[in-house]
Design a protein around this ligand. Structure first.
Ligand code: PRT
Ligand code: ZN
Length: 286
């Protein structure tokens, strides 16, 4: 029988949609259905297990699943021994210490002798140890943001994304102690067949991620401005230049990095480029 890898993803929650999207962009079919706990892909050697995110690091450590997608916050808090093979760039958030807006508080000193409510006792404990602070960690599993107002704790340490939950509970964010995003994790002892499948998956993810970081650009330029314009467009190798039907003009095609896109577009206009078209790239293999 041909080998498959078992991939654990969150059944329903903040990671689910982006995880499924990632596989879709990689051309891997995943059948989903209500109440479904597993699904075998029809076009890639993978079986998907749909689980609660908290269970994913443990399943991957035990080898029940070979791979998994989970937030770094949950992974580090779990303390499980797995390999982080790829940062995926979605579900970004931070773990922050917050207190009531009315309180004057200086970190980390003012935490000494105080109580802090959190669902992340390990990560918070590490932060406190690092700063030589002794505080009482009050572990709770949910609704951490209401702890100060009901008198359960002086401060909280919880996941923050937009900050609106803190705001609507009268809290202010003092310090972010951990940054997190979704990561692909793997069992450290994958056999060679499974490692080969993982390498195939990583190759596809890299092509999708590289494509997202780049844009395809087409523009028209008068031939006497071509040197200046092609100098701005370093591209993958060098830009493609083709004559337009109209005499003295060319069409220039190239690839630009998303990060320096706006700056380069301005320089291109200043250098005489016209009719600039920008097109998203679906996959990019370097
Ligand atoms: O049911 P299951 O156990 O699988 O899911 P879950 O309810 O434990 O987790 P889920 O789906 O809520 O989150 C999954 C992962 O998404 C987390 O472990 C983080 O890695 C990541 N993530 C990204 C977030 C947020 N953003 C986020 N905003 N996880 C939680 N929140 C919560 C936070 O706890 C707080 O209550 O949203 C609130 C803060 O959001 P803002 O935007 O108001 O600041
Ligand atoms: Zn969870």
């Amino acid at each position: 029988m041909n080998k498959t890898v078992k991939i654990a993803i969150q059944k329903s929650g903040r990671l689910s949609e982006d995880s499924l999207n990632l596989f879709k962009e990689c051309g891997i079919k995943v059948e989903i259905g209500k109440g479904r706990l597993r699904s075998v892909s029809s076009n890639f050697p993978a079986e998907f297990l749909f689980l609660r995110d908290d269970d994913i690091p443990g399943y991957v450590e035990d080898g029940v699943a070979d791979l998994g997608i989970v937030g770094e916050n949950v992974l580090v808090e779990s303390g499980k021994k797995v390999d982080v093979v790829k940062a995926l760039g979605f579900s970004k958030c931070r773990l922050s210490i917050a207190v009531s807006r009315e309180r004057d508080f200086v970190l980390p000193e003012d935490l000494n002798g105080k109580s802090i409510a959190t669902s992340y006792p390990r990560i918070l404990g590490d932060y406190l140890d690092k700063h030589g602070i002794t505080a009482h960690i009050h572990e709770i599993s949910g609704s951490v943001e209401i702890a100060p107002s009901i008198g359960l704790a002086d401060a909280i340490c919880d996941i923050v994304s937009s900050g609106s939950t803190l705001l609507s509970n009268g809290l202010k964010e003092l310090e972010s102690i951990f940054r997190s995003e979704a990561v692909l994790i793997a069992n450290p002892g994958l056999d060679p067949d499974k490692q080969t499948i993982l390498d195939k998956l990583l190759f596809r993810i890299a092509s999708v991620q590289t494509a997202k970081d780049h844009k395809y650009v087409l523009l028209n330029a008068p031939n006497d401005k071509l040197d200046a314009i092609t100098a701005i467009l370093s591209g993958m190798k060098s830009p493609t230049v083709m004559p337009l039907a109209i005499e003295g003009w060319s069409s220039v095609h190239s690839v630009l990095k998303e990060s320096d896109f706006w700056e380069k577009i301005e320089s291109l206009k200043d250098a005489g480029a016209q009719g600039i078209l920008v097109i998203p790239i679906e996959k990019m293999v370097l």
